[in-house]
Design a binder for this molecule. Sequence first.
Ligand SMILES: [Zn+2]
Length: 286
Amino acid sequence: MAKIVGVMASERIVAGLVEGSQVVGPVRTYPEPGSESEGLYGVPADEIGALVRKQIELVTGGTAVEAVGIGFAGIIRDGHVEESPNLQQVKGYYLQGAIGSAFQRVLVLNDADAMAAGIAATRGKLESLVRVWTLGDGIGYEGVWEGGHMVVTLDPKEKFCGCGGVGHLEGIMGHAAMRRRFLDMEPDEVFAEAKTGDARCAAFVRLWHRALAAATATSVHLDGPGKFYLTGPNARFVDVERLNIDLHDMVRMSPLQGSLFEVVPTSDEIAIVGAAVSADRARFSL
Ligand SMILES: [Zn+2]
């Protein structure tokens, strides 16, 4: 069976060797667990490329692999990072070129696409359409473009999105955007305070859920109802019951009802598998 390296690079880098739909051997992470490092924030693009290559080399240990798949946080086209709102220094960087010389076949794809492929390969085998929201620093949604920047409000005051756009989903839900909004509180505190009845925090948590429901409703109105997986570090903030009620308010036509949310705990393995299976598929279409 083909051995493929799967990599996910967003705030940090994780990499592993994949066979079938499973990670075999140890998972490499940068920064290493317990490190004080800030991850990839502010790290120049060339250095990020070198760090990714280093993790791949650690994973392969010099043995030949069929392909390398790299999920990266941003809009990816033809191996270039066209835009990366949370790692802006990488804009325009030819990541595939930085890796490609050392390995035969390299696919760079959007991180949310990789996550969706991983969930499809490991969890969603029975579904024809796998839709995944990745809730972290940014908001990922599988697709060529950046679904996290979907407009979910016409309020001109909603301008916390890292891309500079007004009214964006990520400007409400993204971790970085929440820190920009609540300068005096971390997102964990905001969600905790909302539970104890703090009015400002509770109103925000309502908005946070309604924003995700709105973006999901748009997807339902464009592509039909179905299962929506929620993953990423901030999926832990989701109240699925509240989200279902909000979505129900926004999708009233009966043929379009019946969508479901399922929280999938963030797992490096799923991301790595997703990047690898995507590269495996691309191998045959090239
Ligand atoms: Zn945006």
